[in-house]
Design a protein around this ligand. Structure first.
Ligand code: EPU
Length: 454
């Protein structure tokens, strides 16, 4: 791949990683090694947890992605000292935390969904909080009703305003009895981050139990919290008066690891993902194998490649321990090359299959049924928002001009373009930086043929 030769190396690196438009010449297998750091969907939450401590926290393996930058900036406007001690190691000092002014917080409106998790810690610390309009990927309505209902049960007063949400807790927060309508990841984190310092005990039923949540529980326990859980999605939290800082290494990003695994499958490549672990990826690995993938679990990572022709699979996304919604988009790219008809039933978000239109433009044969798959006996109670994609393969892919719609969809477009014959233009790739660290460098390391053209 080519870069302007007159710039110093560091400037080249910055402009390359910040590019928005890629020209990709496909048809080449991705081969080589990439390393994954801490999970986007954990590290950002652990950073918020640092607000609860009375002393400094150290978070290790923090990925250099824009969601982390947003949370860092929000912590800083609240007076938390954040220092990157060395690559991926953040020191977070909450001892000077203060109320931020509206303009500073509002500057983060629309940038990420994580700010909603500041509610509990800020209410404990300052008795009030202001949360700007939330951003994140446009993959559905993404309401926050579970969060706000839970916060009210803890005793918070919630005032929705046109520019955001103002919360206060004049009498402090107390333990609560909460049953989530659905095991929401974010709402479970909200309850954990609020209950640990609330007066009394909290019982949370129908909680999410994703590995990233278990790692957040581990962080909170290191800080002095008392949290126990039962097999049936019940979590008990005994509130404590004070918490201290933590020193913790983030759980690896299993979504990124699964993405590279699918890239190996789609391009008929061979990718070693350093830092990937088996335990947290069991469900993914089963589907990967059924689809014709082969993997070797090694001490320091997992090697992914094909095992002959790709085979069709039938997958339903679900909460953990099911097949994660974040895995389906890169998998669908690989399934366009499977010999037969696959189905992917999305049960978590109502608009996470729209990205398939661009794959069809590249030669795929994917039909999306907006009402999901009819079945009277569903493992997960049927939700109104389900969709199903039927993917008929194998279909050779060809180059196209496509615009990235969201994080995982965007990653999938890049992989599809790399698997396709001919040249593609992929626009709006900046979104991919929200969740994939050093994305262009990793593509280069795997032998991808592309240029940053805008
Ligand atoms: N939901 C509600 N009301 C709420 C909260 C959620 O109706 O108050 C609904 C959502 O609209 C959605 C479902 O419940 O239909 C699941 O949402 P959940 O709260 O579990 O998701 P989240 O916390 O907003 C996190 C990840 C997502 C990941 C989901 C599911 C972060 C920052 N985001 O979102 O990650 O898909 O859990 O595992 O942790 C990604 O990484 O690309 C991504 C979108």
């Amino acid at each position: 791949m080519s870069t302007p030769s007159s710039e110093p190396a560091s400037a080249q690196q910055t402009s390359r990683e910040e590019g928005e438009i890629l020209e990709i010449r496909g048809g080449r297998p991705l081969v080589g090694r990439v390393d994954v750091k801490g999970a986007k969907n954990f590290a950002t939450k652990a950073m918020v947890a640092s607000l609860l401590g009375e002393t400094e926290s150290v978070l290790r393996d923090v990925p250099d992605i824009s969601d982390v930058a947003v949370v860092r900036s929000l912590l800083e406007v609240h007076g938390v000292g954040v220092v990157e001690e060395s690559e991926g190691v953040l020191r977070l000092d909450p001892t000077g935390a203060v109320s931020a002014n509206f303009e500073e917080i509002d500057a983060h409106a629309g940038a990420s969904r994580i700010p909603i998790l500041f509610c509990g810690p800020l209410l404990h610390l300052l008795g009030q909080a202001f949360i700007p309009d939330l951003g994140g990927c446009r993959i559905g309505d993404r309401p926050i009703d579970f969060h706000l209902d839970a916060l009210r049960k803890f005793g918070a007063i919630v005032d929705k305003q046109p520019s955001g949400i103002r919360l206060s807790a004049p009498e402090g927060l107390h333990g609560a009895d909460i049953e989530l309508p659905y095991p929401s990841v974010g709402a479970t984190e909200q309850v954990l981050l609020t209950a640990v310092r609330a007066r009394g005990t909290t019982e949370l039923r129908n909680a999410a139990i994703e590995p990233e949540i278990m790692d957040l529980i581990a962080v909170l326990q290191k800080m002095g919290a008392i949290i126990s859980y039962e097999p049936n999605r019940v979590i008990f939290i005994e509130g404590v008066d004070k918490l201290r800082g933590y020193d913790h290494r983030s759980i690896f990003d299993r979504n990124e690891a699964a993405s590279w695994a699918c890239a190996a499958l789609a391009t008929d490549g061979d990718i070693f993902v350093g830092g990937a672990k088996q335990q947290e990826m069991l469900t993914f690995l089963n589907v990967f194998r059924k689809a014709g993938g082969d993997f070797d679990i090694q001490e320091d990572g997992i090697r992914f490649r094909r095992d002959g022709a790709l085979r069709p699979v039938s997958v339903e996304t679900d909460v953990h321990p099911g097949f994660m919604t974040d895995w389906q988009q890169p998998l669908i790219v690989a399934l366009t090359q499977a010999e037969g008809v696959s189905t992917v039933h999305e049960t978590v978000y109502e608009n996470r299959l729209g990205f398939t239109q661009a794959l069809n433009k590249m030669g795929a044969d994917i039909v999306v049924h907006p009402e999901g798959i009819a079945s009277p006996e569903r493992r997960v109670p049927r939700r109104a928002l389900e969709q199903a994609a039927v993917i008929s393969g194998p279909t050779p892919l060809h180059g196209a001009d496509v615009v990235v719609p969201d994080l995982r969809g965007g990653y999938s477009y890049v992989i599809a373009a790399l698997a396709a014959n001919g040249t593609s233009i992929v626009r709006n790739v900046g979104i991919i930086r929200r969740g994939y660290e050093k994305f262009f460098d990793k593509l280069t390391a795997l032998g991808a043929d592309f240029d940053v053209i805008g």
